[in-house]
Design a protein around this ligand. Structure first.
Ligand SMILES: Nc1ncnc2c1ncn2[C@@H]1O[C@H](COP(=O)(O)OP(=O)(O)OP(=O)(O)O)[C@@H](O)[C@H]1O
Length: 635
């Protein structure tokens, strides 16, 4: 944060962090058509502030200071043209106000800004996914005043924060009689529609009905003389004010489930699906879990928020309780409310708790069932899920061996059958398309779909009409090291030696293979000698159709693709020499066979280097390769 001017300790003018300025500008222009969401965001913050206070008061009851009934209040003043959202929650100290209302300190911020396009509609969606929170005030207000007092602080330690959203804000000390926060919005010239009890109630009912505290407004009565509604001084609730997850499913509408999702996830978009259950028995808890439609900006960030909100007997305990779900389900948002955990439970305690283990297992099963249901009954939604979170779900094959069979059924792949990079094929689909004599599931891994699809290793499979799965996600190699079989069928890489194609070859092919091996023995021996430092072995193969040569590794060796990934990640990868396989039918191999002694080594190296390149490897000395090709072309 850059401090521009500073008067005294009591009153300071500070600059917004550059990203805030950018966000504000974008938001005002992109979210205008959806402007009433400011109320949802501010009520949501007010409710969170009350939850935080209730939590702090578990250890320090004095913080409640005799006023234990927490609420959010919304009021308007026609003459002053303001709307005020107040809460008697935890409040903000001066430091907290400066830190929270002037910066964006969130993981994923950089990704968010890098994805912006300048197209209003697309950006509005991105901003929605990112979450605008407090800053949405400036969509309808040209000045925002925040008065606050931290719970536990005396009346003279209140603060007043003010900004016109242009780039700076002021912060000063200010008496405040009650604890908590008032956010006062000074409406822009054309926003008078919000200066109406009817309008505000309508928006609040739509967006905030799920809030578990009372959201109150002053009751209004019809004044005959004035011929209009006038406010009384009695506060009344405009929402149901009981925690949504404690209601029975039949009492909650889809719309309410969706709004609640937006509150817990800070996502503007609807969720893709949800599951709501009360579990009774040895361990008692309620879960309301959602699968979002979009991956958050920080899904791959190690510091990202993950997990769900934890409540104990309806008291908010913590955000992002990552212990409640395994890491491969980190995209899930929602609430878990336990009846068994102690109120003073800490993150450390959660790690060891048997109740948490039971909740985690139960919630995992629920989410897997939810995904199975989507996959079965809402294929389009499942496709959306897979595009956004498929790579994360794949981690489950290693992380959650107990559920590996269920996870395996949820996986989707690109394959040579569809001949497209869309990941739509299930392992079960694949198995139904087994050819006679086939008993394995074949796959190829590569750096990209195109590299995989065009790999020479696939040639024989194409010729025989055998489907091959094409995998190129970073997590795939790791997944495959755990997912060894499906439904009793082994998963086998087409790039590994000893590929058991025997079973698929007919008698004639087998005979041909033996003859060819014999016939090419002298060439194989010559090649082996010429390439002895670069390959483990040379052999004749019938797996190639159009390519002269390819490289393979032993059944238990790391695949070349995985070796490259490890090296790129700065990890030590054992240097495994590959096996060079040559296609006896190819004209180039025949040309090599007839090479004289002085050029033989050049041809041998060319065969090998070509095979490496086709496999997606980088040659250690590309210039030498180019010179070699040129010499042979000209020679
Ligand atoms: N009414 C309030 N009382 C106390 N603190 C508040 C209040 N409103 C906002 N804050 C503080 O300001 C921070 C920033 O709020 P903001 O709405 O911008 O983001 P957020 O709620 O953390 O996240 P998101 O952008 O995802 O909604 C909050 O995390 C909270 O610490």
């Amino acid at each position: 944060m850059n401090q521009t001017t500073s008067s005294s300790d009591a009153s300071q003018t500070l600059g917004f962090q550059a990203e805030v300025k950018q966000l504000l500008h974008l938001m005002i222009h992109s979210l205008y058509s959806n402007k009433e969401i400011f109320l949802r965001e501010l009520v949501s913050n007010a409710s969170d502030a009350c939850d935080k206070l209730r939590f702090e008061a578990i250890d320090q009851p004095a913080l409640l200071d005799g006023e234990g009934e927490l609420h959010v209040r919304v009021d308007f003043d026609k003459a002053a043209r303001t709307i005020t959202i107040s809460d008697n929650g935890v409040g903000l100290s001066r430091e907290e106000a400066v830190a929270n209302l002037g910066t964006i300190a969130r993981s994923g911020t950089r990704e968010f800004f890098s994805k912006l396009t300048g197209d209003k509609q697309k950006d509005a969606q991105l901003i929605g996914q990112f979450g605008v929170g407090f800053y949405s005030s400036f969509i309808v207000a040209d000045k925002v005043t925040v008065r606050s007092r931290r719970a536990g602080a005396p009346a003279d330690q209140g603060i007043i924060w003010e900004s016109d959203g242009q780039g700076e804000f002021t912060i000063a000390a200010s008496e405040k009689a009650t604890r908590g926060t008032d956010v006062v919005l000074h409406l822009r010239a054309d926003e008078d529609e919000f200066l109406s009890g009817w309008k505000l109630r309508e928006v609040l009912r739509r967006y905030s009905d799920h809030i578990s505290l009372p959201v109150q407004m002053l009751k209004e009565e019809w004044d005959k003389d004035k011929s209009e509604q006038v406010k009384t001084d009695e506060w009344e609730s405009v929402n149901q004010a009981n925690a949504l997850w404690t209601r029975s499913k039949s009492e909650v509408s889809d719309e309410q489930y969706r709004e609640f999702y937006k509150h817990v996830s800070h996502d503007f978009d609807d969720p893709l699906a949800w599951t709501h259950n009360r579990v009774e028995g040895r361990s008692e808890y309620t879960q309301l879990l959602y699968v979002p439609k979009h991956a958050p900006f920080d899904m791959w960030d190690r510091d990202a928020r993950r997990g769900v909100k934890l409540y104990v007997k309806r008291v908010f305990i913590m955000d992002d309780a990552e212990q409640m779900l395994p890491s491969y389900l980190r995209f899930v948002r929602g609430v878990i409310d336990s009846a068994d955990l102690p109120l003073n439970v800490s993150r450390e305690l959660l790690q060891e708790s048997r109740d948490v283990k039971a909740i985690r297992e139960g919630s995992t099963k629920r989410i897997l069932s939810l995904l199975e249901d989507l996959a079965e009954n809402k294929k389009e939604d499942y496709a959306t899920f897979w595009t956004e979170f498929g790579q994360v779900l794949k981690e489950g094959t290693g992380e959650d061996s107990g559920n590996i069979e269920r996870i395996a059924k949820l996986l989707r792949f690109a394959s040579t059958y569809e001949d497209s990079d869309a990941q739509t094929v299930t392992l079960a689909d694949y198995v139904t398309r087994f050819k006679d004599g086939q008993d394995k599931i074949y796959y190829v891994t590569a750096d990209s779909y195109t590299a995989g699809r065009n790999s020479p290793h696939l040639e024989i499979f194409r010729k025989k009409g055998i489907e091959v799965l094409v995998l190129w996600d970073r997590v795939d190699e790791w997944m495959l090291s755990h997912l060894r079989e499906f439904d009793g069928k082994q998963l086998v890489s087409v790039a590994k030696g000893g590929l058991d194609l025997e079973a698929l070859a007919d008698e004639q092919e087998k005979k041909h293979q033996t003859e060819v091996a014999e016939q090419f023995k002298p060439l194989v021996e010559r090649l082996q000698e010429a390439l002895k430092d670069r390959v483990k072995e040379v052999r004749v193969t019938l797996r190639l159709v159009d390519s002269p040569s390819c490289v393979v590794v032993g059944q238990n060796d790391l695949s070349p693709h995985l070796q490259r990934m490890l090296k790129a990640a700065g990890q030590a990868a054992p240097n495994v020499l590959p096996v060079l396989e040559i296609n006896p039918e190819h004209a180039l191999v025949k040309r090599v066979q007839s090479a004289t002694d002085d050029s033989f080594s050049e041809w041998a190296n060319l065969l090998f280097e070509q095979a490496m390149l086709a496999d997606g490897a980088q040659l250690p000395d590309p210039t030498a390769f180019v010179s070699r090709v040129n010499r042979l072309l000209l020679g």
